[in-house]
Design a protein around this ligand. Structure first.
Ligand code: PLP
Length: 364
């Protein structure tokens, strides 16, 4: 065997990320397999993006001050503590890169976002999955899994693909019992959709401690998934670390401009949230009435559980719907082989999905 370059420990254990089927599609198909926004982006964001084409020969503003300013005004945060990335995925990856050494452990919830084990393995570190309770992050389970090697706890709150969340008290209890040198990463990609009074996206904990980071994204309610724009609110010492490891021009000018325009168009965001509420409730009720079991969701998707009887399984439903041009998300990668995830989409797609599901459930 000839000697050839070998990647670091852990790299070849990574199972490459596999997205929801569909990609960019034309024709009579409905894509409810990725948690993209139902209403699409703000017109103002689209215009800002196209206007920025005039300046694409010039390097972007590597510190994206006006974007951080816009985010800080919207959320009442200090701009010095905000860092942006090419999607929040990039920031999560920088956190793993900066805080995990080979052999260290990072804890995540068993049905949590599949990016966490991926970025952990990339560092030669060990991902530790903690069993959930009622498809919800189990704080006591996480605390019991902490060892002297634990360096990061990743929590998606609300979680994808379950749609469940833990309340502020639970998150505070978790944080209060973690060693202060363990980084608690709260991935709040779906925060805007959560209307529950006992929810906090993580801002309180970041503000009052030195070991919590909250990540957010423009990919979901802002509907800018293709632009790859995310941000994190961090203690200053962690912002400093990310600003050292991130590449200097990780955001493009059109992305920065679209982000600023999107965040200033809160009317559009409110319309998206209202659409989501209405359809999530309606779809929940209609699918339940068909005899399916659904997990109550605070996000822009629903997790549907199917029976195990032949012809009635999640796999059968997926095949049936796909044949009719309706794409849901197979979540077996997340350890949920009896479930499919359905994203709340626009009216036409939602109705088409409901009609096909009714056909599936009433077929013999
Ligand atoms: C969609 C999603 C993200 C967002 O990723 P981006 O890289 O910002 O597009 C982050 N975390 C979770 C749990 C998600 O579902």
């Amino acid at each position: 065997m000839i000697n050839r370059p070998e990647p670091g420990p852990g790299i070849l254990k990574i199972k490459p990320y596999c997205g929801g089927k569909g990609g960019h599609m034309a024709g009579n198909v409905y894509k409810l397999s990725s948690n993209e926004s139902a209403l699409g982006p703000s017109k103002k964001a689209q215009k800002a993006y196209s206007d920025a084409v005039a300046s694409i020969s010039i390097y972007p503003d590597g510190g994206y001050v006006p974007l951080r300013q816009a985010i800080s005004e919207r959320h009442q945060l200090r701009p010095e503590q905000i860092v942006c990335g090419a999607g929040s995925d990039e920031i999560l990856s920088h956190l793993a890169q900066s805080f995990l050494q080979p052999g260290d452990e990072a804890i995540y919830s068993a049905h949590g976002f599949t990016i966490y084990p991926l970025i952990t393995l990339a560092q030669g570190a060990v991902p530790i999955a903690v069993t959930e309770h009622n498809l919800t992050t189990d704080v006591d389970g996480i605390l019991a899994a902490v060892t002297p090697r634990t360096r990061i706890v990743f929590i998606a709150n609300p979680n994808n693909p379950t749609g469940t969340y833990i309340n502020y008290e639970e998150m505070r209890r978790l944080h209060g019992r973690l060693r202060s040198n363990i980084l608690l990463v709260i991935d709040a990609a779906y925060a805007e959709y959560v209307l529950a009074n006992d929810y906090d996206a993580g801002i309180e904990l970041v503000t009052s401690s030195e070991n919590v980071v909250m990540t957010r994204t423009f990919s979901k309610v802002y509907a800018l998934a293709a632009l790859r724009l995310g941000w994190a609110y961090c203690p200053e010492h962690i912002a400093d670390v990310i600003n050292r490891v991130r590449l200097p021009f990780n955001l493009t000018t059109p992305t920065i401009e679209a982000g600023i325009a999107a965040i200033s168009d809160q009317r559009h965001v409110e319309a998206s949230i209202a659409h989501n509420e209405t359809w999530r409730d309606r779809i929940f009720e209609e699918l339940s009435a068909m005899g399916l079991h659904l997990t109550p969701s605070v996000a822009n998707f629903l997790l549907i559980e199917f029976p195990e009887d032949a012809g009635r399984t999640a796999h059968d439903a997926d095949a049936f719907m796909t044949a009719r041009g309706i794409f849901l998300r197979d979540v077996s990668d997340y350890g949920l082989s009896r479930h499919l995830r359905m994203t709340i989409a626009g009216e036409k797609a939602n109705l088409a999905a409901l009609a096909s599901m009714l056909d599936f459930m009433s077929s013999t």
